[in-house]
Each structure stands twice: as C-alpha cells, then as structure tokens.
Design a protein around this ligand. Structure first.
Ligand SMILES: Cc1ncc(COP(=O)(O)O)c(C=O)c1O
Length: 429
C-alpha cells in the first residue's frame, strides 16, 4: 500500500488509487469478512468526539453520545473510554450501555414513550436523568419511583417551537405541533406539577430540535427560550435545576455541504450557558460517528432497462434504509478508482422499487465484482437495518490504525429463524 493522506473521515486513497480505512485495505476486509460490511474508523470517531469536547471546554459540560446513531458495543466502549456519557431511548439501549461499561450516572433517558417497565429498569439502575416529554410521563414516573421508594431525577424536555431546517421533514422535532417534548406554553405548568410530585426531583431543562441541522440560529433561539423558562421556573421554586441539555442534531457533510460550524455554535451559545451558571449537556449522535463509517459492498452486475442503466449491488435498502426512507444523499465511490462515469441508478437486490442508494447519478464505471463504498454511513446505517426478504444482517468492522476487528458478525441463515419455534406450543385462554 502506498502513502495515504487521512481525511477527517478516516478514509483516504493510496497513490495507486485504492480506498483505505486508516492503514487497512478495504479490499482486504472484503476478502476476510465478505460483503456487505459496515467499516468504521476508530480515529475518525475519536477525533470528532475530542473536537466537540474541546469546543465546549469553556463551560462545565457533559457529552452524552446519542447511541441510537450507532449502538455497536465496540463503538460505545471507545467513547466510554474517552469519558462520554450516553443518551438512551429504550430499555434495550440501557442494556447495551450497561454492557459497554457505562456507569449509570452517565446515562440520560430520552424518548416520547417510555414504558413503566423501562422507567423501573432505569430507576433501579440509578441513571443521571429522565428527559420527560409529557405530563403523563411525569405522573407515571412519580408513581413508579414511589413504588420503588426512590426519587426520580428529571429534566423537562420542552419543545422550544423554533424554526428548524433539515434535509427531510422527518428529522425536525423542535417545531410547534411536533410529537416530541412538552409544548412550550405548558412547560411552566409542567414544572409546577413536577415540584408538587413527591417522587420527582426537577434537575434540568432539555430540548432536542432535530437532526442534521446546519444553522446555529435554531439552537440560539431555542436556548434563549429555555433560559426564559428557567427564570420562570426558579420564580416558582424550582431551585434544584442544574443542567441545560440542548440535544444533538449537529450536521455532518454528506456531499459538499459545510458541516455544523462548532466554533460559531459555541460562540453563540456558551456565553449564555455560562451566565446561567448551569452545566451543559449535549446529545450528538450523527456528528460523532456519521463520517466515520462506510458501507462496503460488491457490484453484482450492471443492467440496462429502456433508457435506464442500473448498478446492482449486494447491499440493499434493508442494510441501509436512509436513501429510501429520508431520500438521503450518500456519496458512492469505487474502492479501486475507475476511469469514466455514467449516469446510473445504484440499487440493491431487494424486491422493492424503493431499494436504491442513488438515482440518476454519475457514478464511476464499476463492473461486476468491483467493490464500492456508500459513504457517511456510520450513523443511522446498521442500527436501522432489518431482515426484509430474509436477508441476514451484515457484519460490522472496526479499524484501528493498521488492524481491524469484526465487531458484529454477519448473521447466518440459522440466525434468521432462531426465535421461531419448530414445534408450536398452543395455548388456550
Ligand atoms: C432526543 C435525541 N437526542 C439526540 C439525538 C441525536 O441526533 P443526531 O444524531 O442528529 O445528533 C436524537 C436523534 O434524533 C434524539 O432523538
């Protein structure tokens, strides 16, 4: 392998034109592990985490990685070793966080619908904070905590009702009328209620306005509104509030967009946080892992149909659903650079016309057997994959310098049926 220049994403081209991850050939990974496979760069994840941590250094802060973006245990352990906390949204994520070695007091629990069982599990674990999204949840948490003889630490997740612009409307959560958070004009009443409940300790205010956000204005406007609520809540006796959680959502570049300007964001927000005397929590997911991963796939064949030309890969929408679900753009590159480009659809083998990675895109002239990568798939890639068409879920590989490890093995056919009994145990009511 020739000399390579490492891009911020941890992927680069050697002099011979081969795409590598840190010091490891993607072709070698494909040979050893097969395709499709997600490949992640340790260095890229560390660099993103450290850069954000540094930008926030002027104020007391805590980075709670939003593990829904990529919840692989090896990725979690990597971040845990750097001092991260996590943001969880289910009992399953609580379990994973514990398996990865996160201490309970480094967990915040978000989500618009938490079951009584999940609340009880998180209470008995002793998590740092429940980000509560409704009055119903507040009452339910009070009841569950009371039954357990505990007091639940709570941040009220408020919908700041600001203007949010993201590439797809599915990823906006901080506008008026969204299902997430307590509506802004009900927040002070929610605080009053929290103060009156014996098993609730009101410790924070929280917002999460969406995902893949480039502009700092919605954060600034949202923070101004949260701090206004903080003043009003203090006036009604909420003296235990210590944290201000501004959520995640910081954009990465999928194409030639500029990612979120963290220095500008910090410049706009941190003075306000410092004046409040509160400590800051952020919950980034995509920003930490998005650019650190690719989906490595093999071209099965090319096919012409009418005026169209298709490149059919062994990865499908069940392995990476973002293009089909969010109409998301992902760059596609040949592992061994190829001359010339043609306008094609890059599609998978799944029996759906929505099974595509790119439509009418100028793609390098790859042929059957060639390896390609779908870039910027470290976030919301593997975690959103599924078994449609009885396709086994793919493998995940983590690269660290010149070595790599399989961090999720590829599912087998046996795995596909392992939860389905051969012999039925019929029951009657
Ligand atoms: C409550 C909460 N926090 C944080 C995140 C992470 O968002 P992102 O991956 O865009 O940073 C999400 C994801 O939508 C979320 O729902």
């Amino acid at each position: 392998m020739g000399q390579s220049v490492l891009t911020p994403s941890g992927f680069s081209r050697t002099e011979s034109g081969e795409l590598v991850c840190e010091g490891v050939s993607l072709e070698a990974i494909a040979d050893a592990v097969g395709t499709p496979t997600y490949v992640y760069s340790t260095r890229a994840i560390r660099d993103q985490y450290d850069a954000l941590d540094k930008v926030l250094a002027p104020v007391p802060h805590r980075l709670h990685y939003s593990m829904k973006a990529n919840s692989n245990l090896a990725v979690l352990r990597l971040l845990q070793e750097r001092g991260a906390g996590v943001d969880i949204v289910s009992g399953g994520e609580l379990y994973r966080a514990q398996q990865a070695g996160f201490s309970a007091d480094s967990l915040v629990f978000s989500g618009v619908g938490k079951s009584p069982l999940e609340l009880a599990e998180a209470l008995s674990a002793g998590i740092l904070m429940f980000n509560v999204e409704s009055l119903f949840e507040l009452d339910q948490l009070n009841e569950v905590a009371g039954e357990m003889g505990l007091r639940a630490p709570v941040a009220l997740r408020v919908n700041p009702e600001v203007k949010v612009d993201t590439p797809h409307h599915y990823t906006r959560t901080g506008e008026r009328g969204n299902k997430f958070g307590i509506p802004f004009d009900e927040a002070v009443d929610a605080a009053r209620r929290a103060l009156a409940l014996p098993n609730i300790a009101l410790r924070g205010l929280d917002m999460h306005i969406g995902s893949q956000i480039f502009q700092l204005e919605p954060y600034r406007d949202g923070l101004v509104r949260l701090l206004d609520l903080y003043d009003q809540m203090q006036a009604i006796g909420a003296t235990e509030i210590r944290c201000l959680d501004i959520g995640g959502g910081f954009a990465v570049s999928y194409d030639d967009e500029q990612p979120m300007d963290l220095d500008a964001l910090a410049g706009a927000l941190l003075p306000m946080v410092a004046r409040s005397g509160l400590s800051l929590i952020v919950e980034p997911g995509r920003h930490i892992v998005g650019n650190a991963g690719v989906l490595l796939a093999r071209v099965m064949h090319r096919k012409k149909a009418g005026a169209k030309e298709y490149i059919i890969t062994d990865a499908g929408m069940n392995d990476l659903v973002r293009p089909s679900h969010y109409d998301a753009y992902h760059a596609i590159e040949a592992v061994h650079a190829r001359d010339g480009r043609s306008i094609v659809d890059v599609v998978g083998p799944v029996c759906e016309s929505g099974d595509f990675f790119a439509l009418d895109r100028a793609v390098e002239n790859v042929d059957a057997g060639d390896l390609i990568v779908v870039r910027t798939t470290g976030a919301y890639g593997y975690v959103m994959s599924f078994n449609y068409n009885s396709r086994p879920r793919v493998a995940e590989v983590l690269v660290d310098g010149s070595r790599f490890a399989v961090v999720t093995r590829r599912e087998s056919y046996e795995d596909l049926v392992r939860l389905e009994p051969q012999h039925l145990e019929w029951r009657t009511t």
